[in-house]
Design a protein around this ligand. Structure first.
Ligand code: FAD
Length: 457
Protein backbone atom coordinates (compact mmCIF):
# COMPACT_ATOMS: atom_id res chain seq x y z
CA UNK A 1 0.00 0.00 0.00
CA UNK A 2 1.33 3.50 -0.88
CA UNK A 3 2.07 5.64 2.21
CA UNK A 4 -0.67 8.27 2.70
CA UNK A 5 0.26 11.97 2.87
CA UNK A 6 -0.82 13.98 5.89
CA UNK A 7 -1.85 17.58 5.45
CA UNK A 8 1.29 19.64 4.80
CA UNK A 9 1.89 22.45 7.27
CA UNK A 10 4.20 25.24 6.05
CA UNK A 11 7.38 25.50 8.10
CA UNK A 12 7.60 28.69 10.18
CA UNK A 13 10.01 29.92 12.77
CA UNK A 14 8.46 29.73 16.24
CA UNK A 15 7.33 32.96 17.85
CA UNK A 16 10.26 34.94 19.29
CA UNK A 17 9.78 35.03 23.08
CA UNK A 18 11.07 37.81 25.29
CA UNK A 19 13.43 36.89 28.12
CA UNK A 20 10.63 37.58 30.65
CA UNK A 21 8.21 35.33 28.74
CA UNK A 22 10.77 32.54 28.74
CA UNK A 23 11.34 32.86 32.50
CA UNK A 24 7.58 32.94 33.18
CA UNK A 25 7.12 29.83 31.08
CA UNK A 26 9.55 27.93 33.28
CA UNK A 27 8.12 28.92 36.70
CA UNK A 28 7.08 26.00 38.93
CA UNK A 29 3.51 25.10 38.02
CA UNK A 30 2.33 22.84 40.84
CA UNK A 31 1.47 24.85 43.96
CA UNK A 32 2.26 23.29 47.35
CA UNK A 33 -0.31 22.70 50.10
CA UNK A 34 -1.23 25.52 52.48
CA UNK A 35 -1.23 24.70 56.21
CA UNK A 36 -4.91 23.72 56.48
CA UNK A 37 -4.83 21.49 53.41
CA UNK A 38 -1.64 19.81 54.64
CA UNK A 39 -3.26 19.09 58.02
CA UNK A 40 -6.44 17.73 56.45
CA UNK A 41 -4.42 15.50 54.14
CA UNK A 42 -2.19 14.32 57.02
CA UNK A 43 -5.33 13.30 58.95
CA UNK A 44 -6.22 10.89 56.12
CA UNK A 45 -3.14 8.71 56.85
CA UNK A 46 -4.23 5.47 58.52
CA UNK A 47 -0.93 5.12 60.44
CA UNK A 48 -0.73 1.44 59.45
CA UNK A 49 1.28 -0.88 61.72
CA UNK A 50 2.95 -2.56 58.72
CA UNK A 51 3.10 0.39 56.31
CA UNK A 52 3.33 -0.60 52.65
CA UNK A 53 4.38 2.97 51.81
CA UNK A 54 7.70 2.55 53.67
CA UNK A 55 8.40 -0.63 51.73
CA UNK A 56 7.34 1.03 48.46
CA UNK A 57 9.56 4.09 48.97
CA UNK A 58 13.03 3.31 47.49
CA UNK A 59 14.62 5.22 50.39
CA UNK A 60 12.37 3.49 52.97
CA UNK A 61 11.48 6.84 54.55
CA UNK A 62 9.45 6.57 57.75
CA UNK A 63 6.33 7.99 56.09
CA UNK A 64 3.76 7.32 58.85
CA UNK A 65 6.33 8.67 61.35
CA UNK A 66 6.78 12.02 59.64
CA UNK A 67 3.04 12.36 59.01
CA UNK A 68 2.37 11.72 62.71
CA UNK A 69 4.74 14.55 63.71
CA UNK A 70 3.11 16.81 61.15
CA UNK A 71 -0.36 16.05 62.53
CA UNK A 72 0.89 16.98 65.98
CA UNK A 73 2.20 20.28 64.60
CA UNK A 74 5.87 19.23 65.14
CA UNK A 75 7.03 20.16 61.66
CA UNK A 76 10.76 20.24 62.44
CA UNK A 77 10.54 16.73 63.89
CA UNK A 78 8.68 15.68 60.75
CA UNK A 79 11.54 17.07 58.65
CA UNK A 80 14.27 15.33 60.65
CA UNK A 81 12.35 12.04 60.43
CA UNK A 82 12.51 12.27 56.62
CA UNK A 83 16.10 13.51 56.66
CA UNK A 84 17.26 10.38 58.52
CA UNK A 85 16.93 8.35 55.33
CA UNK A 86 16.70 10.94 52.55
CA UNK A 87 19.56 13.21 51.56
CA UNK A 88 17.42 15.05 49.01
CA UNK A 89 13.91 15.52 50.53
CA UNK A 90 13.13 18.83 48.80
CA UNK A 91 13.89 17.23 45.45
CA UNK A 92 12.16 13.89 46.02
CA UNK A 93 9.03 15.61 47.32
CA UNK A 94 8.66 17.24 43.92
CA UNK A 95 9.78 14.62 41.42
CA UNK A 96 9.31 11.15 42.96
CA UNK A 97 6.85 9.07 40.95
CA UNK A 98 4.96 8.22 44.15
CA UNK A 99 2.05 6.61 42.37
CA UNK A 100 4.37 3.72 41.47
CA UNK A 101 6.14 3.60 44.80
CA UNK A 102 4.84 4.80 48.18
CA UNK A 103 1.29 5.62 47.14
CA UNK A 104 0.88 2.46 45.12
CA UNK A 105 1.21 0.50 48.33
CA UNK A 106 -0.90 2.84 50.54
CA UNK A 107 -3.78 0.89 52.14
CA UNK A 108 -6.04 3.90 51.73
CA UNK A 109 -4.91 4.09 48.12
CA UNK A 110 -6.07 0.54 47.51
CA UNK A 111 -9.64 1.61 48.28
CA UNK A 112 -9.64 5.15 46.89
CA UNK A 113 -7.42 8.22 46.65
CA UNK A 114 -4.02 7.52 48.27
CA UNK A 115 -2.52 9.99 50.75
CA UNK A 116 -0.48 12.66 48.92
CA UNK A 117 2.81 11.71 50.55
CA UNK A 118 4.91 13.84 48.19
CA UNK A 119 2.83 16.95 48.76
CA UNK A 120 3.05 16.48 52.54
CA UNK A 121 6.81 16.00 52.33
CA UNK A 122 7.01 19.13 50.21
CA UNK A 123 4.93 21.09 52.72
CA UNK A 124 7.35 20.08 55.52
CA UNK A 125 10.49 20.95 53.52
CA UNK A 126 9.09 24.26 52.22
CA UNK A 127 8.06 25.18 55.78
CA UNK A 128 11.66 24.61 56.94
CA UNK A 129 12.99 26.84 54.14
CA UNK A 130 10.40 29.59 54.69
CA UNK A 131 11.18 29.60 58.40
CA UNK A 132 14.96 29.76 57.82
CA UNK A 133 15.61 26.49 59.62
CA UNK A 134 18.85 24.53 59.20
CA UNK A 135 18.42 21.86 56.52
CA UNK A 136 21.42 19.72 57.51
CA UNK A 137 22.80 18.54 60.84
CA UNK A 138 26.21 19.90 61.95
CA UNK A 139 29.16 18.21 60.24
CA UNK A 140 31.38 15.68 61.99
CA UNK A 141 35.00 16.39 62.93
CA UNK A 142 37.22 15.43 60.00
CA UNK A 143 39.12 12.15 60.01
CA UNK A 144 42.17 11.67 57.83
CA UNK A 145 40.42 10.07 54.84
CA UNK A 146 39.63 11.45 51.37
CA UNK A 147 37.06 10.30 48.83
CA UNK A 148 36.58 11.51 45.25
CA UNK A 149 33.04 11.50 43.87
CA UNK A 150 32.61 11.61 40.10
CA UNK A 151 29.23 13.10 39.17
CA UNK A 152 27.10 15.58 41.12
CA UNK A 153 23.71 13.92 40.49
CA UNK A 154 21.56 12.61 43.36
CA UNK A 155 23.76 9.50 43.78
CA UNK A 156 26.94 11.58 44.15
CA UNK A 157 25.14 14.17 46.31
CA UNK A 158 24.00 11.44 48.70
CA UNK A 159 27.47 9.90 48.97
CA UNK A 160 28.92 13.36 49.73
CA UNK A 161 26.17 14.14 52.27
CA UNK A 162 26.64 10.88 54.17
CA UNK A 163 30.46 10.81 54.10
CA UNK A 164 30.82 14.49 55.06
CA UNK A 165 28.69 13.73 58.10
CA UNK A 166 31.16 11.00 59.03
CA UNK A 167 34.09 13.42 58.83
CA UNK A 168 35.46 12.12 55.52
CA UNK A 169 36.82 14.76 53.12
CA UNK A 170 34.91 14.66 49.85
CA UNK A 171 35.74 16.25 46.52
CA UNK A 172 33.05 16.11 43.81
CA UNK A 173 33.92 16.36 40.11
CA UNK A 174 31.53 17.07 37.25
CA UNK A 175 32.10 17.50 33.54
CA UNK A 176 29.29 20.06 33.26
CA UNK A 177 29.42 23.71 34.35
CA UNK A 178 26.24 23.17 36.42
CA UNK A 179 25.62 20.89 39.41
CA UNK A 180 22.96 18.25 40.08
CA UNK A 181 23.26 16.00 37.01
CA UNK A 182 19.86 15.24 35.51
CA UNK A 183 18.22 17.35 38.22
CA UNK A 184 19.66 20.36 36.40
CA UNK A 185 20.08 19.32 32.78
CA UNK A 186 17.12 16.91 32.54
CA UNK A 187 14.19 17.75 34.83
CA UNK A 188 12.77 21.14 33.80
CA UNK A 189 12.58 24.03 36.29
CA UNK A 190 8.77 24.13 36.07
CA UNK A 191 8.90 20.79 37.94
CA UNK A 192 12.03 21.37 40.00
CA UNK A 193 13.05 25.00 40.60
CA UNK A 194 16.81 25.52 40.45
CA UNK A 195 17.06 27.33 43.80
CA UNK A 196 16.14 24.02 45.47
CA UNK A 197 19.10 22.26 43.87
CA UNK A 198 21.36 25.21 44.73
CA UNK A 199 20.30 25.10 48.40
CA UNK A 200 21.38 21.44 48.61
CA UNK A 201 24.82 22.24 47.19
CA UNK A 202 25.23 25.31 49.44
CA UNK A 203 24.58 23.03 52.42
CA UNK A 204 27.10 20.43 51.14
CA UNK A 205 29.73 23.15 50.65
CA UNK A 206 29.05 24.44 54.16
CA UNK A 207 29.84 20.92 55.34
CA UNK A 208 33.28 21.14 53.73
CA UNK A 209 32.53 19.28 50.49
CA UNK A 210 34.76 20.60 47.68
CA UNK A 211 33.17 20.79 44.22
CA UNK A 212 35.09 21.06 40.95
CA UNK A 213 33.00 21.47 37.79
CA UNK A 214 33.96 21.52 34.11
CA UNK A 215 36.33 18.57 34.42
CA UNK A 216 35.75 15.26 32.69
CA UNK A 217 37.23 12.33 34.56
CA UNK A 218 38.64 9.76 32.14
CA UNK A 219 39.64 12.58 29.77
CA UNK A 220 41.03 15.62 31.66
CA UNK A 221 42.13 13.47 34.58
CA UNK A 222 42.08 9.69 35.08
CA UNK A 223 40.82 7.68 38.03
CA UNK A 224 44.39 6.43 38.56
CA UNK A 225 45.61 10.04 38.79
CA UNK A 226 42.95 10.74 41.43
CA UNK A 227 44.12 7.71 43.39
CA UNK A 228 47.75 8.84 43.07
CA UNK A 229 46.69 12.25 44.44
CA UNK A 230 45.79 10.48 47.67
CA UNK A 231 42.08 9.67 47.44
CA UNK A 232 41.39 6.54 49.47
CA UNK A 233 38.33 5.55 47.41
CA UNK A 234 36.35 6.79 44.41
CA UNK A 235 32.61 6.76 43.81
CA UNK A 236 31.28 6.76 40.24
CA UNK A 237 27.88 8.43 39.90
CA UNK A 238 28.12 9.39 36.26
CA UNK A 239 24.52 8.56 35.36
CA UNK A 240 23.29 7.50 31.91
CA UNK A 241 23.61 10.49 29.59
CA UNK A 242 24.12 8.90 26.17
CA UNK A 243 20.94 8.98 24.11
CA UNK A 244 19.80 5.79 22.44
CA UNK A 245 19.35 6.29 18.72
CA UNK A 246 16.29 5.34 16.68
CA UNK A 247 18.55 3.50 14.20
CA UNK A 248 16.44 4.41 11.19
CA UNK A 249 17.45 6.03 7.86
CA UNK A 250 17.72 9.83 7.95
CA UNK A 251 18.69 10.12 11.62
CA UNK A 252 21.67 12.32 10.67
CA UNK A 253 19.51 15.00 9.03
CA UNK A 254 19.38 18.51 10.47
CA UNK A 255 16.30 18.84 12.69
CA UNK A 256 16.77 15.43 14.31
CA UNK A 257 17.74 15.54 17.98
CA UNK A 258 17.74 13.21 20.96
CA UNK A 259 15.87 13.84 24.19
CA UNK A 260 18.49 14.36 26.87
CA UNK A 261 20.84 16.15 24.40
CA UNK A 262 18.07 18.65 23.61
CA UNK A 263 17.22 19.26 27.29
CA UNK A 264 20.91 19.59 28.23
CA UNK A 265 21.46 22.24 25.54
CA UNK A 266 18.38 24.20 26.62
CA UNK A 267 19.23 24.07 30.34
CA UNK A 268 22.83 25.08 29.70
CA UNK A 269 21.34 28.22 28.17
CA UNK A 270 21.79 27.42 24.47
CA UNK A 271 18.87 28.46 22.30
CA UNK A 272 17.58 25.80 19.93
CA UNK A 273 14.83 26.67 17.45
CA UNK A 274 12.96 23.52 16.58
CA UNK A 275 10.37 25.19 14.34
CA UNK A 276 6.64 24.96 14.86
CA UNK A 277 5.81 21.35 14.30
CA UNK A 278 7.74 19.03 16.59
CA UNK A 279 7.36 15.28 16.93
CA UNK A 280 8.66 13.69 20.12
CA UNK A 281 9.16 9.93 20.04
CA UNK A 282 8.76 7.99 23.31
CA UNK A 283 6.40 7.43 26.21
CA UNK A 284 8.52 8.10 29.30
CA UNK A 285 9.18 11.12 31.49
CA UNK A 286 11.98 12.32 29.22
CA UNK A 287 9.66 12.45 26.18
CA UNK A 288 7.06 14.36 28.18
CA UNK A 289 9.58 16.87 29.50
CA UNK A 290 10.96 17.40 25.99
CA UNK A 291 7.46 18.09 24.63
CA UNK A 292 6.59 20.52 27.43
CA UNK A 293 9.89 22.38 27.04
CA UNK A 294 9.52 22.66 23.27
CA UNK A 295 6.03 24.10 23.76
CA UNK A 296 7.33 26.63 26.26
CA UNK A 297 10.09 27.68 23.88
CA UNK A 298 7.57 28.66 21.24
CA UNK A 299 6.85 25.58 19.07
CA UNK A 300 3.12 25.61 18.41
CA UNK A 301 2.28 22.09 17.34
CA UNK A 302 4.09 19.56 19.51
CA UNK A 303 2.98 15.97 19.71
CA UNK A 304 4.14 12.69 21.11
CA UNK A 305 4.43 9.59 18.99
CA UNK A 306 4.29 6.39 21.03
CA UNK A 307 4.33 2.82 19.78
CA UNK A 308 1.99 1.44 22.45
CA UNK A 309 -1.15 2.98 24.02
CA UNK A 310 -1.57 5.51 26.83
CA UNK A 311 -2.08 2.65 29.32
CA UNK A 312 1.44 1.31 28.70
CA UNK A 313 3.21 4.71 28.89
CA UNK A 314 6.00 4.46 31.48
CA UNK A 315 5.71 8.19 32.33
CA UNK A 316 4.06 9.15 35.60
CA UNK A 317 0.29 9.79 35.55
CA UNK A 318 0.74 13.32 36.89
CA UNK A 319 3.09 14.25 34.05
CA UNK A 320 0.77 12.79 31.41
CA UNK A 321 -2.06 14.83 32.93
CA UNK A 322 -0.03 18.09 32.73
CA UNK A 323 1.06 17.27 29.21
CA UNK A 324 -2.52 16.95 28.04
CA UNK A 325 -3.61 20.08 29.90
CA UNK A 326 -0.87 22.06 28.19
CA UNK A 327 -2.09 21.07 24.75
CA UNK A 328 0.35 18.40 23.63
CA UNK A 329 -1.40 15.75 21.54
CA UNK A 330 -0.43 12.12 21.52
CA UNK A 331 -0.44 9.76 18.57
CA UNK A 332 -0.53 6.18 19.86
CA UNK A 333 0.29 2.85 18.21
CA UNK A 334 2.70 4.36 15.70
CA UNK A 335 6.50 4.37 15.30
CA UNK A 336 8.91 6.12 12.93
CA UNK A 337 10.61 3.96 10.27
CA UNK A 338 12.48 6.63 8.27
CA UNK A 339 13.17 10.35 8.30
CA UNK A 340 13.03 12.15 4.97
CA UNK A 341 14.48 15.54 4.09
CA UNK A 342 15.50 18.05 1.49
CA UNK A 343 18.82 19.88 1.32
CA UNK A 344 20.11 18.03 4.39
CA UNK A 345 17.11 19.05 6.58
CA UNK A 346 14.23 16.85 7.64
CA UNK A 347 10.78 17.68 6.35
CA UNK A 348 8.74 14.56 7.01
CA UNK A 349 8.73 11.41 9.05
CA UNK A 350 7.60 8.07 7.71
CA UNK A 351 5.74 6.08 10.34
CA UNK A 352 4.09 2.71 10.61
CA UNK A 353 0.97 1.75 12.57
CA UNK A 354 1.31 -0.79 15.36
CA UNK A 355 -0.97 -3.23 17.11
CA UNK A 356 -0.40 -4.82 20.50
CA UNK A 357 0.69 -8.47 20.56
CA UNK A 358 1.71 -10.79 23.39
CA UNK A 359 3.27 -9.34 26.60
CA UNK A 360 7.08 -8.96 26.50
CA UNK A 361 9.64 -9.30 29.35
CA UNK A 362 8.39 -6.02 30.89
CA UNK A 363 4.86 -7.46 31.14
CA UNK A 364 3.52 -4.88 28.67
CA UNK A 365 2.01 -6.02 25.39
CA UNK A 366 4.59 -5.94 22.61
CA UNK A 367 3.93 -3.48 19.73
CA UNK A 368 3.82 -5.26 16.36
CA UNK A 369 4.04 -3.30 13.06
CA UNK A 370 1.01 -3.58 10.74
CA UNK A 371 2.37 -4.33 7.30
CA UNK A 372 1.57 -1.72 4.63
CA UNK A 373 0.22 0.84 7.10
CA UNK A 374 2.96 3.43 6.52
CA UNK A 375 2.02 7.11 6.64
CA UNK A 376 3.87 10.44 6.67
CA UNK A 377 3.94 13.26 9.16
CA UNK A 378 5.17 16.69 8.09
CA UNK A 379 7.52 18.07 10.73
CA UNK A 380 10.19 20.69 11.41
CA UNK A 381 11.93 18.61 14.06
CA UNK A 382 11.88 15.16 15.57
CA UNK A 383 13.26 14.42 19.02
CA UNK A 384 13.84 10.80 19.94
CA UNK A 385 13.47 10.26 23.68
CA UNK A 386 13.66 6.48 23.90
CA UNK A 387 16.17 5.88 26.71
CA UNK A 388 19.79 6.47 27.63
CA UNK A 389 22.99 4.51 28.10
CA UNK A 390 26.02 4.86 30.36
CA UNK A 391 29.13 6.49 28.90
CA UNK A 392 31.96 4.25 30.19
CA UNK A 393 34.88 6.57 29.27
CA UNK A 394 35.12 7.69 32.90
CA UNK A 395 37.09 4.49 33.65
CA UNK A 396 39.51 4.93 30.71
CA UNK A 397 42.77 3.12 31.48
CA UNK A 398 41.30 0.92 34.21
CA UNK A 399 39.66 -2.46 33.75
CA UNK A 400 36.29 -2.07 35.55
CA UNK A 401 33.84 -4.89 34.77
CA UNK A 402 30.55 -3.92 33.11
CA UNK A 403 27.29 -5.79 32.54
CA UNK A 404 25.96 -6.70 29.11
CA UNK A 405 23.80 -3.54 29.28
CA UNK A 406 26.94 -1.41 29.66
CA UNK A 407 26.28 -0.51 33.31
CA UNK A 408 28.98 -0.99 35.97
CA UNK A 409 29.00 -4.39 37.61
CA UNK A 410 28.88 -4.06 41.39
CA UNK A 411 28.51 -6.20 44.47
CA UNK A 412 24.79 -5.54 45.15
CA UNK A 413 25.36 -5.30 48.90
CA UNK A 414 28.38 -3.00 48.94
CA UNK A 415 28.24 -1.35 45.49
CA UNK A 416 31.97 -2.06 45.14
CA UNK A 417 33.06 -2.58 41.53
CA UNK A 418 35.55 -5.20 40.31
CA UNK A 419 38.29 -2.71 41.35
CA UNK A 420 38.23 -2.59 45.18
CA UNK A 421 38.84 1.18 45.59
CA UNK A 422 36.10 2.08 43.04
CA UNK A 423 32.41 2.07 44.01
CA UNK A 424 29.47 2.95 41.77
CA UNK A 425 25.75 3.67 42.08
CA UNK A 426 22.72 5.40 40.59
CA UNK A 427 21.84 5.31 36.90
CA UNK A 428 25.33 4.07 35.94
CA UNK A 429 24.54 0.81 37.79
CA UNK A 430 20.73 0.61 37.49
CA UNK A 431 20.30 2.12 34.01
CA UNK A 432 17.99 5.18 33.70
CA UNK A 433 15.87 5.09 36.87
CA UNK A 434 14.73 7.62 39.45
CA UNK A 435 16.14 10.18 41.86
CA UNK A 436 15.09 8.16 44.91
CA UNK A 437 16.68 4.95 43.62
CA UNK A 438 19.93 6.81 42.82
CA UNK A 439 19.90 8.42 46.27
CA UNK A 440 19.30 5.04 47.95
CA UNK A 441 22.33 3.57 46.18
CA UNK A 442 24.33 6.63 47.23
CA UNK A 443 23.45 5.87 50.84
CA UNK A 444 24.50 2.21 50.56
CA UNK A 445 27.73 3.16 48.76
CA UNK A 446 28.58 5.74 51.45
CA UNK A 447 28.20 3.08 54.17
CA UNK A 448 30.52 0.71 52.28
CA UNK A 449 33.04 3.43 51.42
CA UNK A 450 33.27 4.48 55.06
CA UNK A 451 34.00 0.87 56.05
CA UNK A 452 36.48 0.50 53.16
CA UNK A 453 38.57 3.59 54.01
CA UNK A 454 38.65 2.52 57.66
CA UNK A 455 39.80 -0.98 56.61
CA UNK A 456 36.57 -2.59 57.85
CA UNK A 457 34.94 -3.76 54.61
C1 FAD B 1 14.23 14.55 31.42
C2 FAD B 1 14.32 13.70 32.64
C3 FAD B 1 13.27 13.71 33.54
C4 FAD B 1 13.33 12.95 34.69
N1 FAD B 1 12.30 13.00 35.57
C5 FAD B 1 12.37 12.32 36.74
C6 FAD B 1 11.33 12.42 37.71
O1 FAD B 1 10.35 13.11 37.52
N2 FAD B 1 11.47 11.71 38.86
C7 FAD B 1 12.56 10.94 39.14
O2 FAD B 1 12.65 10.37 40.23
N3 FAD B 1 13.56 10.80 38.22
C8 FAD B 1 13.49 11.48 37.04
N4 FAD B 1 14.50 11.37 36.11
C9 FAD B 1 15.61 10.43 36.39
C10 FAD B 1 16.63 11.01 37.38
O3 FAD B 1 16.93 12.34 37.06
C11 FAD B 1 17.87 10.14 37.36
O4 FAD B 1 17.50 8.81 37.63
C12 FAD B 1 18.91 10.59 38.41
O5 FAD B 1 19.27 11.94 38.22
C13 FAD B 1 20.15 9.71 38.33
O6 FAD B 1 21.07 10.19 39.27
P1 FAD B 1 22.63 9.87 39.15
O7 FAD B 1 23.27 10.57 40.28
O8 FAD B 1 22.83 8.41 39.00
O9 FAD B 1 23.11 10.51 37.75
P2 FAD B 1 22.88 11.92 37.06
O10 FAD B 1 21.82 12.71 37.71
O11 FAD B 1 22.73 11.61 35.63
O12 FAD B 1 24.27 12.67 37.29
C14 FAD B 1 25.46 12.21 36.71
C15 FAD B 1 26.48 13.34 36.69
O13 FAD B 1 27.74 12.81 36.32
C16 FAD B 1 28.41 13.73 35.47
N5 FAD B 1 29.41 13.01 34.69
C17 FAD B 1 29.20 12.06 33.75
N6 FAD B 1 30.36 11.61 33.27
C18 FAD B 1 31.33 12.29 33.91
C19 FAD B 1 32.76 12.28 33.83
N7 FAD B 1 33.42 11.43 33.01
N8 FAD B 1 33.46 13.13 34.62
C20 FAD B 1 32.81 14.00 35.47
N9 FAD B 1 31.47 14.04 35.57
C21 FAD B 1 30.74 13.19 34.81
C22 FAD B 1 27.28 14.29 34.63
O14 FAD B 1 27.64 15.53 34.06
C23 FAD B 1 26.16 14.42 35.67
O15 FAD B 1 26.18 15.69 36.29
C24 FAD B 1 14.47 12.12 34.94
C25 FAD B 1 15.52 12.09 34.02
C26 FAD B 1 15.46 12.87 32.88
C27 FAD B 1 16.59 12.82 31.90
Amino acid sequence: MKPKERMAIPRQKPKELSVQERIDNFREIVFGFDHDTAMLEAERCLQCKKPGCVKGCPLHNDIPGFIKHLREGRIEDAYWTIRKTSSVPAICSRVCPQEFQCEGSCIRGKKGEPVSIGMLERYVVDWMVENNKNLMEPCALPIDKKVAIVGTGPAGMTVAYNLAHKGIYCTMYDSLPVLGGMLHVGIPPFRLPRDIIKAEFDALKACGVKIIDNITIGKDKSLQELKDEGFDAIFLGVGAHESRKLDIPGEDLEGVMHGVDYLREVFLGNRIDLGNRVVVVGGGNVAIDVARVALRLGSKDVFILYRRTKKEMPASQAEIHHLEEEGVNMEFLAAPVAIHGEGGRLNKIECIRMELGEPDASGRRRPVPIEGSNFFIEADAIIAAISQRVNPTVVNGIEVKRTRWGTFEVNPETLQTSVPWIFAGGDDVLGPQTVAKAAYQGRIAAESIEKYVKGEL
